[in-house]
Design a protein around this ligand. Structure first.
Ligand code: XMP
Length: 418
């Protein structure tokens, strides 16, 4: 790769992600930095060009003038949402003005990523908390290419995952040369969750128990030199920090133990956007269902069972959710709906089956479309798809005699029910 860099200087822009994505979309590598950046630092990074993003006022202020004086012929201000004209202007700037090669691809990144991990890690040992989500899975795949069995992955199976999920994750990573430790901790988690109904309490318990299990397993591995984590670029840009790293809160529920003894963090996805992480995962040979999976909350099905969690309820929900997901995939809607799942309500109602009266659970189906998960609309799933899912669920899953579809956006509702 040419190693060319475009610097995006953020002058309080709402569009900095968009600008960076547009540049990378043209296969040119770029990084976002704050306007407070020092000219010497810019010099040391040796960018082939700079883009200032912000509104007209912020891009014209004194700092902008100081920073852009030096390389004025290779600077461009970007003010607005990108239209076709802006894209053409940006393209002209990158390729004609700056002489960009346009050779930033995930194939190249995978190769240079492996090399830079090897440089950082040397002969050291690396530890990773593997959740089976996209980010930690791609980190595991990349690190295993780089350091093989000097990577240990602890996969805590809390028993709150979707149907077959634990086995699928294990199948993907066994045979990749890394040291995979799958901990079957279902009974521990269920015991601690017994009788708990409050959603935040559920999250707290799962977070704490996760830390305990992780700690116990990490102790068995002994001393490691590096802790790997799946920090991605939006986390870095959002936190406003561009140098220092912090241990990312795992599962957003409790974080990793803070007394882990390691020398340094390894964060090979720090500079990638989510879609680039997915592309990298595909490049590394991870299966499609893993790299393109929808978000799944760290506390898992615990926050999709309203009220008390029992093994029986978990089984009911797993079966129903699997059918719903299968029907969404059959209808080829799995890439169009941002998140879709089943929720086991705590409500029972009267039904009729085979001439007999039933008194069973109501299952709720939820599907949302969103770009950022901060706000969401309910997905307009075709009636036929809902009908198929509903008839299959009531016929194939015991203890469900009624299925409803959630037609509420966020706000006022949240995406999850708990
Ligand atoms: P809500 O329900 O807040 O969800 O609209 C927004 C997004 O966050 C996910 N979510 C979680 N993820 N731990 C997680 O790792 C959690 O406790 C949690 N709660 C919600 C949710 O699935 C959706 O994508």
């Amino acid at each position: 790769m040419s190693g060319q860099l475009i610097l995006i200087i953020d002058c309080n822009s709402k569009n900095k992600h968009l600008t960076a994505r547009s540049v990378r979309g043209m296969n040119v590598y770029c990084e976002v930095r704050p306007l407070s950046m020092q000219p010497e630092e810019i010099g040391s990074m040796n960018p082939i060009g700079m883009i200032f993003t912000g509104d007209a006022d912020s891009v014209n202020d004194e700092r902008f003038k100081t920073l852009s004086a030096k390389a004025s012929e290779r600077c461009i201000p970007v003010y607005t949402q990108f239209g076709e004209t802006d894209m053409q202007r940006l393209k002209g700037f990158l390729f004609d003005t700056c002489g960009a090669a346009g050779d930033w691809t995930m194939q190249v990144f995978a190769k240079t990523g492996v090399e830079s991990i090897r440089r950082q890690v040397g002969s050291g040992k690396v530890l990773l908390a593997l959740s089976g989500g996209v980010d930690s899975s791609v980190v595991a795949a990349l690190l295993s290419e780089a350091v093989g069995n000097r990577l240990s992955c602890i996969f805590v199976d809390h028993g709150l995952m979707r149907k077959n999920e634990g086995g699928e994750i294990e199948a993907v990573f066994r045979g990749r040369g890394l040291n995979l430790i799958r901990v079957d901790a279902e009974s521990r988690f269920l015991k601690r969750l017994e009788g708990v109904t409050d959603p935040e309490q559920k999250r707290k318990i799962i977070g704490e128990e996760f830390i305990r299990v992780f700690e116990e397993e990490a102790k068995k591995i002994g001393k490691v030199d590096f802790l790997a984590q799946g920090t991605i670029y939006p986390d870095v840009i959002e936190s406003g920090e561009d140098g220092q790293s912090v241990v990312k809160s795992h599962h957003n529920v409790g974080g990793l133990p803070d007394n882990l003894d390691f020398k340094e963090l390894v964060e090979p996805l720090r500079m990638l956007f989510k879609d680039e992480v997915r592309a990298l995962g595909a490049e590394l040979g991870l299966p499609d269902y893993l790299v393109n999976r929808q978000p799944f909350p760290g506390p898992g099905l615990a926050v999709r069972i309203i009220g008390k969690i029992t093994k029986e309820k978990l089984e009911i929900l797993r079966d129903a959710d699997a059918i719903f997901r299968e029907e969404i995939a059959n209808a080829k809607l799995d890439r169009e709906i941002s998140q879709y799942f089943a929720v086991l309500t705590n409500m029972r109602s009267v039904g009729a089956s085979g001439g007999a009266r039933t008194y069973d659970y109501t299952l709720a189906l939820r599907g949302v479309t969103t770009t950022d998960f901060m706000a969401a609309d309910w997905a307009r799933i075709p009636w036929e798809v809902l009908e198929k899912a509903s008839s299959r669920i009531t016929a194939e899953v015991v203890r469900i005699n009624r299925v409803v579809y959630d037609v509420t956006g966020k706000p006022p509702a949240t995406i999850e029910w708990e």
